[in-house]
Design a protein around this ligand. Structure first.
Ligand code: SF4
Length: 291
């Protein structure tokens, strides 16, 4: 849940989730519809789907136990190098490091060397005696993440109070390295076409080509062109919606119609029972103005 999402946003979701699914078995017996509803509003819905699949594989193929090697653990849905290493360290106390952006930054600053010029795998291997001299590997994995988030922060590292400042090359250097900031935000223009009817229903489809919301219920959405003008769509409004590193400029069009494409299904604008991503809920809000 915490991937790309702030702790304060996650807390209520985490509490509800762990209250509902008390054990791995409970989780594995759930279904995609239910899990997505629990996840609604948190975004990055692939995480929820993978979590469900992962629990089912652990129950069915691994006798409820996480595998103990990186190779095997990475076979689980949604588990890559970073999550695999974090799990092996946190769950089995193995000597691993989960290398995310924070951890890369800490090493890069400590060595005063650009992230792009460091081979992290080699670096860890070369220094494994020193790095894993503790027998508290689980704490070490966690501590490195926290250290990057709280002390060696992206902006204004707290060097004066840092326990590494005596040996840190960044702290001592007059020519401190700089790593490039976050990925540039990309501006994209989309047109959204909403079929609506007098029963306060909107036609949605899961067949869309929008990578960040693939297989989610949406009206027809396309990168902006002039087709709206040609097909008698009425312009409703324009607004902005940011997702990940994308800034979307959206033009919203509508048409009252009882006929919809075969790929679409009618959904009530008032229905709260079904999973609807926040992106689509914003569309609901705009369209509701028409009633
Ligand atoms: S001294 Fe400063 S730059 Fe070096 S590791 Fe500590 S917080 Fe980071």
């Amino acid at each position: 849940m915490l991937q790309q999402t702030q702790v304060k946003t996650v807390i209520p979701y985490f509490n509800n989730f762990t209250k509902k699914y008390k054990t791995l078995k409970h989780l594995s017996k759930s279904n995609e519809k239910e899990i997505l509803k629990m996840w609604e509003g948190l975004g990055y819905y692939r995480r929820a789907k993978n979590l469900l699949k992962c629990s089912q594989q652990l129950v069915n193929n691994y006798k409820f136990k996480l595998p103990k090697t990186l190779k095997e653990i990475k076979k689980l849905p949604g588990v890559g190098e970073y999550t695999g290493n974090a799990l092996l360290g946190l769950v089995y106390d193995m000597p691993t490091i989960a290398i995310d952006g924070n951890v890369k930054r800490v090493f890069s600053r400590y060595l005063n060397k650009e992230i792009a010029k460091i081979n992290f795998e080699k670096l860890i291997l070369k220094n494994k005696e020193k790095l894993f001299s503790t027998n508290r590997n689980a704490d070490f994995v966690e501590a490195l993440m926290e250290f990057g988030a709280l002390i060696c922060k992206p902006k204004d590292p707290n060097c004066i109070n840092c326990c590494l400042n005596k040996s840190c090359k960044y702290f001592k250097s007059n020519r401190k390295i700089k790593n490039p900031g976050k990925k540039m935000i990309k501006d994209k223009n989309y047109d959204i076409y909403c079929y609506i009817n007098k029963k306060r229903q909107i036609a949605l489809t899961k067949k869309n080509q929008i990578g960040f919301l693939k297989n989610c219920n949406l009206p027809t959405i396309k990168e902006s062109d002039n087709s709206a003008k040609n097909k008698n769509w009425k312009f409703l409004t324009k607004y902005k919606n940011s997702i990940s590193n994308l800034k979307l400029n959206i033009n919203l069009y509508y048409k009252f119609s009882n006929k919809i494409p075969a790929t679409h299904n009618w959904h009530s604008l008032n229905n709260n029972k079904e999973f609807i991503p926040s992106f689509t809920k914003k569309i609901f809000k705009q369209v509701s103005i028409l009633f």
